[in-house]
Design a protein around this ligand. Sequence first.
Ligand code: ZN
Length: 234
Amino acid sequence: MSLRRILCIAAHPDDIEFTVAGSVAGWTSEGREITFCLATTGSAGTNEHTPSSEGLIPIRERESREAARILGVQDVIFLGHQDGVVEPTIALRRDLTRVIRRCRPDVVVCGDPTVRYYGNQYLNHPDHRAVASAALDAVFPSSETRAIFPELLTEGLEPHKVKEVWITGAIPPDAWIDIGDTLGRSARRSRRTSRRWARASGSTISWGWAVRDGKHAGVKHAEAFRRMVLWDGP
Ligand SMILES: [Zn+2]
């Protein structure tokens, strides 16, 4: 099977569920190996726990593992950066490069760092942009270049060349995955701490996205990507 290993990188614990859960469920049922990498703790995901959001972190982590399990994903990596104030620093890029060299994925899935807003109602979260930016920089040139982050070599992490990048939320997308079969397995329902928000907007929004993207793909429900083929090797 080509493109067997897929690494999904996101800023927040629930980002993957809202963007690529249907595709992930399809990939795991095809026998692909999926890893989730979540850059932040998710501690700023709700105002209900402020000013002390510490108690939220283990809840988020537990939910993320449960959501991953429902989608057939065993491997969830938490980088533990502070939610809400992420910047595309060299430290973050190094963390993501380390994850890429460890997982050695054929495909990296991440957000679009160039999108500042969607339509007239949604400002893209700065964490989404920061993590997506660092992720793309980690894919190229950091993960494949020996001289970048030599400290990773001392950890035994040799360079790795990612074959494809699938960018979610890209404007415009150019690839679509039909998620009609897998939509019912979406892990959104398991996320208790964002349930109120999901009830108010999330489920409607993500369902609307799937319908909108499905129209482009000529199917009922789809998830949209910009697909970049960096290397067509073995
Ligand atoms: Zn998010």
